[in-house]
Design a protein around this ligand. Structure first.
Ligand code: NDP
Length: 512
């Protein structure tokens, strides 16, 4: 288990010039993939544009057939996909199964079913007198070529996942996966081909950042997931051609534990949602604020739970709880945040060390005595760390939660759900859960997008597929006289009449 038995068929290597793909849990190089040049990306784009009209012409039903076959392929081959994900990310079997396979399997069926509904022509009624009698329609047409640039933390969910609605809408897609984790995206090319997707409708552009930049220059829409810093670069580049972008960026998600919370559940939630996927999730719990009366009890529970987590090289299902760190520089970031916190007075309750023999790991870590002078509380750590801060009351918790440039997601824990919802509404974040965290992401009907520096636009829901389309308004005039009242030549009598009508329609309110 957790070894790549055979590399995906789509992997082509070009020897020394290729990018080595490493297993972060063992340090072994699995294979190499090409670093594609801007010219090669241009050639992929030309092929994609040639293939796209046929895919669009297949209509919702034709495309849904392919997507449903893909759904079956993913479930039939889940162990094979998990093997590839685990090998290139170092995550556990369960992390790959729960947050990747279950997402993709659901997403294929969801977009196959919902695309026709979300993209159906909308008949619109207007109160505007001048358009009375005309048929008003809003319709959606695929943009053509969508570029998806993905990160390394969820090669299936975060990288490939965004391709599914883009394809369902009738676009061709080029996916540029992170250079660290390209293999899952390539396996998906095999999967889609076997599911009946026409050639070149989905292609993978492996490479470094420059390959991503080249894709920005070619695509009609860019869906980017990754760091805020790179997201801004992508937006800047896209602005040169006025290419629309969707940005799903970093987060520093707060968890607020109120004094009346079910502390056992809150502690389980804190341990799971901070350490799952080794904390390498944009919406993982990154900081906790606990009301004073229950602070000590909560910390004790979390310390015990996190302290008993089993970490190590992913093996058979159930063998470890926390896997490796996928991205090499991430270890330095985590070490820097923990060191900075300790130097400023924080206490390491459990963990606090990197483990780098035969793989890349960081111990599940709980910090207390933290405040907002520390990077661990203000910058995205993206690792298995959980800083917990004591607060006086819910007001202080909300103030602290909002003291961040980020606004991706948050959670509030309390037995009083009405109070929880009221607190949730005061938090500046795109998604807030009460007595849970992250789970909103699984409900594809719910839009998911960040506020502030956490992003632009959203994925999922109607907006998650409409963004891959050009919106077109149609006004069809059925009763069409030779000349409308507002047309040339202007006549004083008509102008006065229109003035009276405007006054009647809009001028009857009071000014004070
Ligand atoms: P990046 O944001 O740098 O990379 C994301 C993707 O963008 C990768 O495919 C990357 O390619 C590509 N890319 C890099 N530069 C450019 C460019 N100029 N134009 C177009 N595409 C480009 O993330 P990192 O992998 O470097 O991670 C850095 C930090 O980002 C992490 O420490 C974490 O804090 C955060 N992060 C957030 C994620 C989220 O889900 N919100 C996911 C992953 C990371 P390549 O990998 O080849 O450089």
């Amino acid at each position: 288990m957790a070894t790549v038995e055979s590399k995906p068929a789509a992997v082509s290597t070009n020897g020394a010039a290729g990018i080595p793909v490493e297993n972060p849990a063992t340090g072994e190089v699995i294979t190499t993939v090409p670093a594609m040049s801007a010219e090669e990306v241009k050639a992929l784009a030309a092929r994609a544009r040639k293939a796209q009209p046929e895919w669009e012409a297949m209509g919702f039903d034709g495309r849904a057939k392919v997507l449903r076959r893909a759904q079956k392929w993913v479930t039939d081959n889940s162990n094979r996909i998990i093997d590839v994900i685990v090998s290139e990310t170092g995550k556990t079997y369960e992390d790959a199964q729960l947050a990747e396979i279950s997402y993709a399997a659901n997403a294929f069926g969801f977009w196959a079913k919902m695309a026709p509904e979300y993209l159906a022509d909308e008949r619109v009624k207007s109160s505007q007198l001048f358009v009375k009698g005309a048929k008003l329609i809003v319709r959606y047409r695929p943009l053509g070529l969508v570029g998806v640039i993905g990160p390394w933390n969820y090669p299936l969910t975060n990288s490939f996942g965004d391709c599914i609605p883009a394809l369902a809408a009738g676009n061709a897609v080029i996916l540029k996966p992170s250079e660290i984790t390209p293999l899952t995206s390539m396996l998906m090319a095999d999967m889609l081909r076997e599911s009946g997707l026409p050639d070149d409708v989905y292609q993978v552009a492996t490479g470094y950042g420059e390959t991503g930049t080249a894709l920005v220059d070619e695509a009609d829409f860019i869906m980017f997931t990754g760091s805020t810093k790179t997201g801004k670069k992508v937006a800047e580049r896209a602005a040169q051609s006025l290419t629309p972008v969707g940005l799903e960026l970093g987060g520093k998600d707060p968890m607020i534990v109120l004094a009346d919370a079910d502390l056992e559940r809150a502690a389980n939630g804190a341990a799971f949602y901070s350490m799952q996927n080794s904390g390498q999730t944009c919406i993982s719990v990154e900081r906790v604020y606990v009301e004073e009366p229950v602070y000590d009890e909560f910390v004790a529970k979390v310390r015990d739970k996190v302290g008993s987590l089993r970490q190590g090289r992913p093996g058979d299902p159930g063998s470890v709880d926390v896997g490796a760190m996928t991205f090499p520089p991430q270890l330095d970031i985590i070490e820097d945040h923990v060191k900075d916190a300790v130097e400023k007075g924080a206490k390491v309750e459990v963990g606090g060390h990197a483990k780098t023999e035969g793989g890349r790991f960081y111990e599940p870590t709980v910090l207390t005595g933290v405040d907002h002078s520390m990077k661990a509380m203000t910058e995205e750590t993206f690792g298995p760390t959980l800083p917990i801060m004591k607060v006086k009351d819910a007001d202080e918790a909300v103030k602290m939660a909002n003291d961040s440039p980020y606004g991706l997601a948050a959670s509030v824990w309390t037995k009083d759900t009405a109070k929880g919802e009221a607190v949730a509404r005061r938090i500046e974040a795109g998604a807030v859960c009460v007595n849970d965290a992250m789970l909103n992401y699984a409900a594809l009907e719910l839009p998911m997008g960040g506020w502030k520096e956490s992003g632009l636009g959203s994925r999922h829901g109607a907006g998650g597929i409409r963004k891959y389309c050009a919106q077109q308004t149609l006004l069809v005039k059925r009763l069409a006289p030779k000349r409308d009242i507002h047309m040339f030549p202007y006549k004083a009598k008509t102008t006065r009449l229109i003035g009276r009508v405007l006054k009647f329609l809009y001028g009857r309110g009071k000014r004070a």
